[in-house]
Design a binder for this molecule. Structure first.
Ligand code: NAD
Length: 358
């Protein structure tokens, strides 16, 4: 099986190098191919997603992605900016399902801004539809307002759209994910107001009939946003559209206190996926050897679980990370009041060491 490794910019190369060592240790048979992406690719080839990088990603079973972007590219025309590489990969690989686990290890409970008893042990999975909704719906644009109280004034408009097959395929992903967890799915929409949400709810209910063992409930997005801070542990799998998922997944990420801990997976219909930390390229700390590599290491675990179907290897990595945290090792972003502060490489070595102690 083949994995494309795209380190990218900023802290991307540092954290990816560590995750690759972990991957090589747990799954030595994997074929790894490396290619530049983002600003690094622009510097080398004049484009953030060169044809050779895209071809490597397309011919691989999965992509391990670091992060892209740097403020020095802000003046470039949009098509050449590093972040366009992610959009290009999503489009070319047809990645429509974004999976973002929000896990708060008991050892890090005090990193959260919520009370320990509310968040300690949190383990939820947000599944966000990635290719539809108001971000891509047409028509969109600016014009003189054709009607209403301000007819003639300049206005802007976007269109929220979803087709049944788009909702069906993301619902299947959610129910299947719930099967391997605690058998519960919460579908989040705004069906009291939006046509798209009414369709969403109908289709999710219909797909649910194929998964009689899974408990499904529906929640309006405003309530879900409240419940996420009031009682986050009441959720297990949340499935929602692109816009609501964008907001709720960031809210859930902050429950855990450190963005340096959160992996993510984006999947297509063939199970091919792109795996990356939820954070960006952190140019402010790049090259200092202090970035937290755990989100990328945990992304490698998701890669083994979802694209390569190697649950045992995925769980081995997750247990090793847990053990390192229990031993008190912390990178600067999660050090808090307890623990020993270590750099990126030392954190990677600690995980490798934990892997060697079965
Ligand atoms: P960011 O996530 O890079 O950084 C936000 C803050 O979190 C910074 O203070 C950073 O030092 C810290 N941080 C992030 N990851 C960390 C880690 N692993 N360990 C320790 N601290 C960490 O977000 P930003 O500053 O808004 O964006 C920086 C660049 O990243 C921009 O160019 C942006 O476009 C890009 N970006 C890329 C992606 C991606 O590649 N998927 C996602 C978001 C932002």
């Amino acid at each position: 099986m083949k994995v494309a490794v795209l380190p990218g910019d900023g802290i991307g190369p540092e954290i990816t190098a560590v995750a690759v060592e972990v991957l090589k240790t747990v799954a030595p048979d994997l074929e790894l191919g490396f290619a530049p992406v983002g600003g690094a690719a622009y510097e080398a080839y004049g484009h953030p997603l060169p044809a050779a990088t895209l071809a490597l990603a397309q011919s691989s079973d999965a992509v391990l992605f670091g992060a892209v972007g740097d403020w020095k590219y802000d003046a470039l025309e949009r098509a050449l900016r590093p972040e366009q590489a992610i959009l290009g990969l999503r489009r070319a690989l047809g990645l429509f399902a974004n999976l973002r686990p929000a896990i708060l290890y008991p050892e890090l409970a005090e990193a959260s801004s919520l009370k320990t008893e509310i968040v300690a042990g949190l383990d939820l999975l947000i599944i966000r539809e990635l290719t539809g909704d108001i971000y891509f719906g047409t028509p969109r644009g600016r014009r003189a307002s054709p009607d209403g109280a301000f007819a003639g004034a300049s206005e802007a408009f976007d269109t929220m759209r979803y087709t049944e097959p788009e909702i069906e395929r993301i619902a299947h992903i959610a129910f299947r994910a719930a099967k391997a967890r605690s058998q519960r799915v919460t579908s989040v929409d705004k069906a009291n107001v939006l046509e798209t949400s009414q369709l969403w709810r109908d289709v999710v209910n219909r797909v649910h009939q194929q998964y009689p063992d899974i408990k499904l409930d529906h929640m309006y997005v405003d309530n879900a946003a409240m419940q996420l801070v009031r009682a986050p542990k009441s959720f297990d799998v949340i499935v929602t559209g692109n816009l609501f998922g964008d907001i709720l997944s960031d809210e859930a990420a902050m429950l855990t206190g450190s963005i340096g801990m959160l992996p993510s997976a984006s999947l297509n219909e063939r199970g091919q996926g792109l795996y990356e930390p939820s954070h960006g390229s952190a140019p402010d700390i790049a090259g200092q050897g202090i970035a937290n590599p755990l989100a990328t290491i945990l992304s490698a675990a998701l890669l083994l679980r979802y694209s390569l179907k190697r649950e045992t290897q995925a769980a081995r990595i997750e247990h090793a990370v847990q053990r390192v945290l229990a031993d008190g090792r912390r990178t600067a972003d999660i050090v808090g009041t307890k623990g020993v502060s270590v750099g990126t490489e030392a954190m990677g070595e600690a995980v490798l060491q934990a892997l060697s102690q079965r």
